[in-house]
Design a protein around this ligand. Structure first.
Ligand code: HEM
Length: 213
């Protein structure tokens, strides 16, 4: 239980913070997400409150939110909550590419750097583009975890990945379905506070507007 709480709390909350930040920086994407959520939940234009909205966030509705899924994933590509992931070698070994490592060596891979490499993602690697995750029908297309490494890959892949998506989709569908977000200071660019997780230094100050009425 402790493992799940430690691994599952800061990870999803940090991902949600970067998600809201990116939606504020890209209002057209924020609008697309909100439109998809309202459509998927059959939201009536005359609905008046959060509770009424939340009742419509069903299993079926979440499944339809493919653009939201893509936008969360695109956020994690650029802002992986575990930016650097290191392992200690317990014994001398040879990595699959022939590189030798010694007992006690530290080996790290960097999801943050990998998420921005042009040779992995193309010339638009630095652009925030949820569409890169969608096929021609607007369905989410997962990529190899060895390419999109925010959740690790192989035997140590995040055990809570599906749970995390589910939690983030439920939470963001209610937030984006009911409210609109703007940065308190539009000109401000978020700075990193790198700990084990990639936090926004000083937190994220936003204004929240009701979408009802
Ligand atoms: C956006 C959300 C999340 C991200 C980006 C994420 C990322 C990661 C990463 C990179 C690892 C590998 C760490 C390592 O190399 O040892 C990991 C492990 C793990 N995660 Fe997540 N995680 C997220 C959410 C969650 C949630 C919500 C849970 C549980 C409810 C969870 C449970 C775990 C567990 C139990 C492990 C350890 C797996 C193992 O060592 O075999 N994670 N996660």
């Amino acid at each position: 239980m402790l493992n799940f709480i430690i691994a599952g709390k800061d990870s999803t909350s940090t991902a949600m913070t970067w998600f809201i930040y990116m939606l504020c920086k890209h209002p057209e994407i924020q609008n697309n997400v909100a439109v998809e959520i309202r459509k998927a939940t059959n939201m009536r234009d005359d609905a008046t409150n959060v509770e009424e909205f939340a009742n419509n966030v069903s299993e079926e509705a979440l499944e339809k939110m493919q653009y939201l899924h893509a936008t969360l994933t695109e956020t994690l590509r650029l802002f992986p909550v575990v930016p650097v992931d290191a392992k200690m070698c317990f014994a001398d070994d040879v990595l699959p590419d022939g590189y030798g490592v010694k007992k006690g060596d530290m080996v790290a891979y960097q999801p943050y750097a990998m998420g921005r490499m042009k040779f992995i993602w193309g010339d638009d690697a630095h652009e925030f583009k949820p569409e890169r995750w969608l096929d021609q029908y607007g369905h989410f297309q997962p990529k190899s975890p060895f390419k999109f490494t925010a959740f690790q890959a192989g035997q140590r892949i995040c055990l809570g990945r599906e749970f995390a998506y589910r939690q983030m989709k439920i939470f963001s569908s209610i937030l984006l379905g009911c409210f609109m977000f703007k940065l308190s200071d539009e000109s401000k660019t978020a700075k990193y506070k790198t700990m084990l997780n990639l936090h926004i230094d000083g937190g994220l100050d936003i204004h929240v507007f009701n979408r009802f009425g």
